[in-house]
Design a protein around this ligand. Structure first.
Ligand code: BV8
Ligand code: ZN
Length: 292
C-alpha cells in the first residue's frame, strides 16, 4: 500500500486549477530566489553564467572568507551592489507586489493573507512595493515582505560590540572599490587596495561588512517565518533551485501539513515533483498570468 500512497499525481500546469486553489486559500506564502530577479539582469547563482561558478560565490559568501580576504569579498559585494543598483524590478516582482496588497489580492484570493519570503538581497521586491505604493498609496495596506538573507545595501559594523547598521546605496560604496567590477570577473584582488581603504563604521571606525547573511550565519526572522510556514495552506516557490537551507525546506513542510505548493521555475528544481502545481517558464511571464 505505501507505494500506492506515496505515488503522487504529477504536478498540474493548469492555470485555472491554480486559480481555483488561490480562491480557496487563506494563508499564502511565497519563497523567492535568484530566478525572480533574472529578468532584471541580475545573474543567478547556479544557472549559466551563475555567480557561484563564475566567482565561486559559495566560498566568498562566508565569514571565514571575509576574515581571510576582506578586499576580495568587498570587491565581490561592490560588484553585486553596482549590478543591483543598475537593475529595475520586472513583471514578476510587480505581480508579487500587487498580490501583496490586500485590496488587489482580494479579487483573486478573497479570504487570504500573504507574505513574500525572499532569499534575494538585491532589494528589487522592496523597490517594486515602493513603486506600487507611489501610484496606489494606502497606509493601511502594507505588503508583508521578509528579506531573510539580508540586503546588499545594508552595511554593518564588523565589530560585534558596536552593531552599527546603516542603509547605504552609495555607488561606489568607497573610492577604492570604484571600477573594480572588472577585476571581480577575473577573481583578482586589486593590488592597490588596502584594508584601510575598505568601508569602515562611521561610529567606531571598525571595518564594515555587507549586510547579507553568509553561509553558517542565522537568517533573519526565522521564528516569524516558521510560524508563517506552519500556518500556510498555499506556498508559491518562485525562481529558486531550492538548494539552500532552511529556505529550501519550507515548501516540503507546507506539503506535509496538507497544504498546496506551486513551483514557478524555468526548469525542473529540487522537490518540484511533490508540488501540486508546476509552471515551467520564465516567472516574469508565468507569475503575472497565475496571480492576475
Ligand atoms: C544556516 C546571501 C544555521 C549572500 C545567501 C554545510 C556547511 C555549512 C552550512 C551548511 C552545510 N550544509 C547545509 C548548510 C546550511 C547552509 C546551506 O543550506 N548550504 C547549502 C549550500 C547546502 N545554509 C546556511 O548556512 C544558512 N544558515 O543554516 O544557519 C544557523 C541557525 C541558527 C543559528 C545560527 C546558524 C544561511 C544560508 C544563506 C546564505 N546566503 N545569500 C549573497 O547573496 O551573497 S544564499 C544565496 O544562495 C541566495 O540568497 C539563495 O538563498 C541561494 C541561491 O539560491 P537561489 O536563489 O535558488 O539561486 P540559484 O541560482 O541556485 O537558482 C536560481 C533558480 O532560478 C534556478 O532554479 C533557475 O532555474 C531559476 N530561474 C532562472 N531564471 C528564471 C528562473 N525561474 C523562473 N524564471 C526565470 N526567469
Ligand atoms: Zn562600529
Amino acid at each position: 500500500l505505501p507505494s500506492l500512497l506515496s505515488h503522487k499525481m504529477a504536478p498540474s500546469s493548469d492555470f485555472h486549477a491554480f486559480q481555483t486553489a488561490l480562491r480557496a486559500a487563506r494563508n499564502i506564502i511565497a519563497v523567492a530566489g535568484a530566478g525572480l530577479s533574472a529578468a532584471s539582469g541580475i545573474p543567478t547563482f547556479r544557472g549559466a553564467g551563475g555567480m557561484w561558478r563564475k566567482y565561486d560565490a559559495m566560498s566568498l559568501a562566508t565569514p571565514e572568507a571575509f576574515e581571510r580576504s576582506p578586499i576580495l569579498v568587498w570587491q565581490f559585494y561592490h560588484y553585486r551592489r553596482e549590478t543591483a543598483s543598475n537593475a529595475s524590478p520586472n513583471d514578476a516582482h510587480r505581480a508579487l507586489s500587487a498580490f501583496s496588497r490586500s485590496s488587489l489580492r482580494k479579487q483573486v484570493a478573497p479570504h487570504s493573507n500573504f507574505t513574500l519570503i525572499t532569499q534575494n538581497v538585491d532589494g528589487l521586491s522592496v523597490r517594486a512595493n515602493q513603486e506600487l505604493a507611489a501610484v496606489q498609496p494606502d497606509p493601511n495596506d502594507q505588503p508583508n515582505l521578509i528579506e531573510m538573507h539580508g540586503r546588499l545595501f545594508d552595511v554593518l559594523c564588523n565589530n560585534p560590540t558596536c552593531g552599527h547598521v546603516e542603509f547605504n546605496t552609495n555607488s561606489p560604496i568607497c573610492e577604492a572599490l570604484g571600477g573594480t567590477e572588472k577585476l571581480v570577473e577575473q577573481h583578482v584582488v586589486d593590488p592597490d587596495i588596502q584594508v584601510k581603504d575598505l568601508p569602515h563604521c562611521p561610529k567606531c571606525g571598525g571595518l564594515a561588512r555587507p549586510g547579507v547573511v553568509w553561509f553558517g550565519e542565522r537568517p533573519h526572522q526565522l521564528d516569524e517565518i516558521d510560524d508563517l510556514v506552519a500556518e500556510a495552506d498555499l506556498c508559491l516557490v518562485v525562481g529558486t533551485s531550492s538548494t539552500v537551507y532552511p529556505a529550501a525546506s519550507y515548501a516540503e513542510e507546507v506539503e506535509q501539513n496538507g497544504g498546496k505548493v506551486a513551483v514557478f521555475n524555468l526548469e525542473r528544481s529540487h522537490g518540484d515533483n511533490q508540488a501540486h502545481f508546476l509552471f515551467l517558464g520564465p516567472c516574469e511571464e508565468t507569475l503575472p498570468k497565475a496571480l492576475g
